[in-house]
Design a protein around this ligand. Sequence first.
Ligand code: ADP
Ligand code: 5GP
Length: 190
Amino acid sequence: MAKKGKLVVISGPSGVGKGTICREVIKKTNTVISISVSTRQRSESETEGKDYYFVSREEFQKKIANNEFLEFAEVFGNYYGTLKDKTEKLLDEGKNVILEIDVQGGRQVKEQYPETVMIFIMPPSRDELAKRMTGRARGEDPQTAKRRLDGSSREIAEAREFYEYKVTNDQLEKAVEEVINIIEGKAGEI
Ligand code: ADP
Ligand code: 5GP
């Protein structure tokens, strides 16, 4: 039977480059990204079942009631959650699984699986974060973008408590390499 994969949580402020880093990491390692369920509206650049499983609030509530989530949280007014069954199946197949989730979700995962590798991605500066968020072509209105930027300081402060690794995403290639080293270093321990 395959050795169980590692569970990896990657968090960081909106627009910091989590998605970009993760896409590179999965190309280069035996790692997959878990697809979350979300009640957020799908933007035109996103695909159902690839970026998220987009559901109504009612459907999300049903999944909570059926105990389908490993973790879930309300982020910027929408619900997001990680499916327990799918995640465990991937781990059982020996794959490392990245959960690209917020700090509230990260806390829930760490409580249930203390061996989880916790990585927080930091921006080089607040100005650069603002630039990346607006450059992201997701068509958010300025108010939503501002709300997300304001949320970043709170999230960074909270993450100090229980994220073991911090990676600054200044140069993309360097950040990707650091994340791979963390995952593989940890993966080699057992
Ligand atoms: P997140 O998933 O954290 O919300 P994204 O991966 O969508 O962030 O990245 C936000 C924007 O920043 C994208 O336009 C992306 O191309 C850009 N970006 C990501 N990493 C870097 C980097 N190291 N330097 C410059 N721009 C970056
Ligand atoms: P976005 O709307 O930009 O795709 O995601 C917004 C925030 O929700 C990001 O911080 C992202 O990491 C977080 N997020 C995405 N999926 C999940 C999830 O399944 N659970 C939790 N707790 N947060 C999530």
